[in-house]
Design a binder for this molecule. Structure first.
Ligand code: 2AM
Ligand code: CA
Ligand code: CA
Ligand code: CA
Length: 290
């Protein structure tokens, strides 16, 4: 069993290591870097993504040799599907918002989380460019630069600012009309729609109340693990809008907000998706008739 004391030790070490990694992050942000495209020309990776992930994993491994690791750049290289075991597992995104990072846009960060027995117990999101360190230990609240943070208690979508994610519009052509239908609904219903371009920063913004809620699709565990715990510890919830139970290893379609607002988003998604499918069916049958 990992005692509270162990978790505190893991946290203190990971926090100081993340701050150190932040110095490298800043060097790459301000200076020269090698930028490569992955599968698509809008999906980028830099030499700093790899440098930062290597630094984090190498040091954590040395300090905690029996722990497991899931890091974006390591996993993508192996093409394996990451699996969470009962062992303490660090879930790492060395640069979340790499496209912003390469453009000198400060909405980008390092995301580090620890799960023990498949439960998130530590979340750290660090944006070295604006010096924001978001932290959470399970059961102990969420903090921005050591000051407690809370999600908003706004329970009406029509009075909410909503963070969304638009990458899936490009990467998943077959879901395009579903996503566009939802976006139209968000535009019509909410007070405003925002897109930062960093999933982890989006969750951090929900946690500190800079946006009321967030809805995103097709993310990976490393995009969200730290942010999920930080939102929960800030009094909010993260739900799977398609499944009954939220699973950090399958964060396909999620909503984050206070409980009431998250449930309102879930219902809106069900209703809007149904409308889109009906429209799709009508279009298909009209085409057949012509
Ligand atoms: P990344 O920068 O670590 O790749 C951008 O909208 C957000 O979506 C970022 O958090 C980005 O993480 C994430 N994302 C997930 N899948 C992506 C993809 N295939 N291409 C670009 N960004 C992706
Ligand atoms: Ca990436
Ligand atoms: Ca990411
Ligand atoms: Ca990344």
């Amino acid at each position: 069993m990992s005692s509270e004391l162990n978790i505190k030790n893991y946290f203190e070490y990971a926090k100081s290591l993340t701050l150190k990694a932040g110095e490298i992050f800043k060097c790459g942000f301000e200076g020269d870097k090698i930028v490569e495209t992955k599968e698509y020309d809008w999906d980028l990776v830099t030499d700093y993504d790899k440098k930062i992930e290597d630094l984090l994993i190498k040091n954590l491994k040395e300090k905690f040799p029996d722990h497991e690791f899931i890091g974006e750049e390591t996993m993508v290289g192996t093409k394996e599907t990451p699996v969470l075991t009962d062992k303490p597992t660090w879930i790492i995104d060395p640069i979340d918002g790499t496209v912003n990072y390469t453009n000198g846009n400060p909405n980008t960060c390092i995301s580090v989380a620890l799960a023990i027995r498949k439960e998130l117990v530590i979340g750290i999101i660090y944006n070295p460019i604006v010096s924001e360190l978001y932290t959470a230990i399970k059961g102990q609240g969420a903090f921005l630069n050591d000051k407690p943070i809370k999600t908003t208690c706004n329970t009406e979508l029509k009075k909410s600012i909503m963070e969304v994610e638009l990458v899936s519009l490009r990467s998943r052509a077959r879901d395009r009309d579903i996503r566009l239908g939802r976006l139209e609904a968000y535009f019509n219903i909410t007070r405003g729609v925002r897109y930062l371009g960093s999933a982890a920063m989006g969750l951090a913004y929900v946690a500190k109340g800079a946006v009321d809620c967030l809805q995103m699709d097709f993310l990976q565990s490393w995009d969200v693990a730290a942010g999920v715990l930080i939102v929960r510890e800030a009094g909010g919830t993260v739900i799977a809008t398609k499944e009954d139970e939220y699973n950090v290893m399958k964060p396909r379609t999620i909503a984050a907000a206070n409980e009431t607002l998250a449930m309102e988003i879930k219902q809106l998604i069900v209703d809007t998706d149904l409308k889109t499918m009906r429209k799709r069916l009508t279009k298909t049958s009209m085409r057949r008739k012509v």
